[in-house]
Design a protein around this ligand. Structure first.
Ligand code: SAM
Length: 206
């Protein structure tokens, strides 16, 4: 068992991914909305997804634990500050607004320490309105980083359990050897998700 904790210099990551396009899970989720609404971009980094949302007319709250991420996002060109709010906030202390239409969490939830994950996930589910969507990624149990005790990884059945309050629109499982944005070798095991929140009374098993 690896007791080493996962540490990342996020500054190097932001530098490495500068200018990259929005994530596919966000694009797939956006196709399902008829008009721009209100989104939270959780773990937004330097804003590759936030800028896409703004371009398409959405109001966005961008949240990240790193002040540098938010500073980089706010200094991007063509940001409409009438429709963007930002907060430097860690998942462990997260406060979300009510009645959110879309919560986008691209490649960030696995970095939540496991002892805070279920609280974080409950906050995400509660903040979404019925018919609102979650999109983003979970990392699987076969991912190289699953041995880090400060990261949150999930088996497929745990992912399906987390998605119980949703109608699952996309659930793609990806696994293969590869490299990170910083060029490190790593085995990727990722679940890509788009899911629509069900009403409490709906029961699709009957
Ligand atoms: C891999 S980056 C993803 C950034 C962006 N969403 C993207 O798709 O490129 C993960 C982001 O999660 C943020 N993050 C990591 N741990 C966090 C925590 N405990 N609370 C809040 N944000 C965190 C990092 O600062 C980083 O910006």
């Amino acid at each position: 068992m690896n007791n080493q904790v996962f540490e990342r210099k996020w500054s190097d990551y932001y530098q490495a991914v500068e200018g990259r396009p929005p994530r596919e899970t966000l694009l797939m989720a956006l196709e399902k909305f008829e008009e721009p609404q209100f989104a939270v971009d959780l773990g937004c980094g330097d804003g590759r997804d936030t800028v896409e949302l703004l371009k398409r007319g959405w109001r966005v709250l961008g949240i990240d634990g790193e002040a540098e991420a938010i500073a980089r996002l706010r200094s991007r060109p063509y940001i409409d500050f009438n429709r963007l709010e930002t907060r430097v906030m860690r998942f462990q202390d997260l406060v979300l607004p009510k009645s959110v239409d879309l919560i986008n969490a691209s490649f960030c939830l696995p970095f939540c320490p496991p002892e805070h994950f279920s609280d974080l996930w409950n906050k995400i589910v509660s903040a979404l309105q019925v018919g609102g969507r979650f999109c983003g990624q979970f990392f699987g149990d076969r991912d190289s980083w699953a041995t880090y005790p400060n990261m949150s990884h999930h088996t497929r059945s745990q992912v399906e359990e987390l998605l119980q309050p949703f109608t699952v629109e996309v659930l793609q499982e990806e696994q293969h050897p590869g490299t990170t944005a910083l060029g490190e070798q790593k085995y990727w095991h990722i679940f890509h998700i788009v899911a629509c929140k069900k009403s409490i009374n709906s029961n699709h098993d009957i």
